[in-house]
Every structure is written in C-alpha cells, then in structure tokens.
Write a protein that binds this ligand. Structure first.
Ligand code: CA
Length: 368
C-alpha cells in the first residue's frame, strides 16, 4: 500500500449509517477526505446539509480541511422520498451530543454559499478539483456515494468525460439489492428507488463502480455485544453521538424491518472497502480451479427505471445471462463490481479505531 493517503470525496444524505461512513472517512490515516457533499434522501435536502455540518463539527473536522457543499434537494426526475420511519423526521433522529445548528462550529461548515444553484456550484467545485489534481499529476480519487445518486449523476453528465476518466479512480456506492429483496419496496433498495435514473447513470458510466448493496450490507449487523463493547469504553462526545445513533437505528430496524439482532451499517461498508478491499474477497478457495479470487466479481448490472413494481430494482447477470458486449465498465459490459462477501469480524476494529482517533482529535481541538 502506498504511504500517501488515498483521496476521497463523500456524497451523503446523513443519515445514521452515513454518520459512521463519515467518521471512518475522517479518521482513517490511509484516507484523505477532500470534501463532503449532501443530497436529499433520508431527509429533506436542508436537513441532510445541516446534519452533515453537525457531524463534521462533532467529529472534529474544520471547514478549511473538509469543505461541505450542498447538492440537490430533489431527484433528477421525481419527487423526493424520505425515510422518517428509519432515520426520524430530520434524518438523525435520536442522536444525542451533536452541536447546535446555531453554534459557531456548525455554522462554519454552512457558510459556503454560491450565487447560483447549489448543485451547479457543487459540480463546478468537483470539476475544478479534478482538473487541479490531474494537472498536478496526483492520483485519481475515489468518490463515495452513500445517498441517492443525484449529485454524482449530475457530475457524470456535466463534467468532461476525459477529465472524469483521468481524475476518478472509482465510484464506491451504497445502493441496490443484488439478488435479494428490496427494503423500501419489495423490489428496490432506498437510494436507488429515490432516484433510479441517477442510479442508472452512475452504474452505466464508463468509470469503475463498486456496489455495496443490501446483499452485503445486511451481513454487517451492529449487534448488542458490539454496542455493549462501545458503551464499556466510557463516555465521550464522539462516543455519545455514535452510541445514541446506533440505539435509535437499532430500535427503528427492529420495529420497521424486523431486524432482531441489530441494524445493518450499510454506508460504512463503502469506506471500509477503500481501506481494505480484502474484507470483501470471496472465501478461500472459491473458484472452480481452487484458486482464491482476491476481489469481488464484476457483473453486468442494470437498474430498472420503468414505472411499476420493479422501479429502482437492480438486475444482476450473475451467470452472464446477458451478452457481455465489451470489456469496459460502461453499460453493456460488466459495469459493476458487486460486493457479495464480508469478513464481518475484521470490519468492526476499523470503526472502534476511528472512534478513538476522533476522540483524540476532538480533545486536542478543545485544548488548543
Ligand atoms: Ca445514506
């Protein structure tokens, strides 16, 4: 692994599990978070923007280090659809210990404004960020998308394709339901159903796309023993945010989705993948020739955008039932690397380590 931290951009709709993804993105030495953008999804666009600002402040990030940009308040073609029964009305229901919206630390993250529409300013910011990095010969960055894909689809449609191909290594997204039932509808996962056209644009793009869908995120259950371990380590501002978030999330998943063992940490897996893709390697030996596959497999994937029961569903050609028209990543090829396996035991130390680093950062901010 290179000693230079890998640059990432996080696009999110916080969101309890988005909060965990942000925590890991901020406090992993192997990653460098270049910025965050918010999108409507779990709650309205104003709420997810505010939530991102509160979380950045709570986790010790300064607005200079990690700029926050507001993105789209509505999907490309549809009316917004939120998830109040899972995330509360404001998207971070039940979360304790966050700074007030009016506090200087939160306001510092919200002060960035633009003359024109926010999504346009976001695309412009990302485009110039990519151009600067490409011209300086820096490594391509990874985009992490843990909300509906609206902002990222706009970027893909508006930025020069050559710049995207040079500047973006991959898009790691939480969304879709390869081979399993949906959650927001019988056929579809929430992020993809909220903006299915955007999800399709992202999956069909010529950039590598890594999909953490419900098939794998439902393997990452925050169980009671893990929660007890978190509480046993004592109280701190960061720990209060995480523990209260997971308590609310656990209760919501138990009552709304019948998850008795605990809630899945969905979005967290995208950042975990960037830290250690081997967490998602197929078990050994997996292939017919006895050789272990080191990476999750690529498949031809199509997001359904026709009206009806299948809107937003992900159809995955696990057995190449559709012809593979080219070797690239775009539509018609094996356009998505689908995460299927997870070494759950090795996942949780990443979170506990990030919590410790966040606590240290927050403590040093307070004392300085
Ligand atoms: Ca999310």
């Amino acid at each position: 692994m290179s000693s230079t931290p890998h640059a990432i951009w996080l696009d999110a709709d916080p969101g309890h599990d988005d909060a965990l993804a942000l925590l890991l993105a901020l406090h992993s030495p192997a990653l460098r978070l270049l910025g965050v953008s918010s999108v409507s999804g779990n709650a309205a666009g104003l709420s997810t923007w505010h939530n991102a600002a509160k979380l950045l402040a709570a986790f010790g990030a300064s607005a200079e280090q990690v700029p926050l940009l507001r993105g789209c308040d509505v999907p490309l073609m549809r009316t917004p659809k939120a998830a109040p029964s899972i995330h509360g009305e404001d998207g971070l229901g039940g979360v304790k210990g966050l700074p007030e919206l009016s506090s200087p630390s939160v306001q510092s993250h919200l002060k960035r404004t633009s003359d024109g529409p926010a999504p346009l300013a976001l695309v412009s910011h990302l485009t110039s960020l990519l151009r600067t990095r490409v011209e300086a010969g820096e490594e391509p960055l990874s985009i992490v998308a843990t909300g509906p894909m609206t902002n990222i689809a706009l970027l893909l449609r508006m930025a020069p394709s050559e710049l995207l191909l040079k500047g973006v290594k991959q898009i790691v997204l939480m969304g879709g339901n390869p081979g399993v039932s949906g959650n927001i509808s019988p056929a579809a996962e929430f992020n993809f159903l909220v903006d299915p056209e955007a999800a399709r644009i992202v999956c069909d793009s010529p950039l590598p796309v890594i999909m953490a869908g419900l098939n794998v995120t439902h393997q990452a259950i925050w169980t009671r023993p893990l929660h007890a371990q978190l509480l046993s380590l004592g109280a701190s501002p960061v720990r209060d945010v995480v523990s209260s978030a997971m308590e609310f999330f656990a209760a919501a998943y138990a009552s709304q989705m019948g998850f008795a063992s605990g809630p899945p940490v969905h979005d967290f897996l995208c950042v975990a993948y960037l830290l250690d893709a081997s967490l998602f390697a197929p078990p050994t030996p997996s292939a017919a020739n006895g050789q272990a596959d080191e990476e999750a497999k690529r498949y031809r994937v199509e997001v359904q955008t026709s009206e009806g029961h299948n809107l937003g569903a992900t159809v995955v050609a696990f057995h190449d039932q559709w012809p593979i028209e080219h070797e690239g990543w775009a539509a018609g090829g094996r356009n998505v690397r689908v995460l299927e396996h997870l070494d759950t035991e090795r996942l949780w130390p990443l979170l506990f380590a990030a919590i410790e680093r966040a606590e240290a950062r927050v403590a040093s901010n307070v004392s300085s």
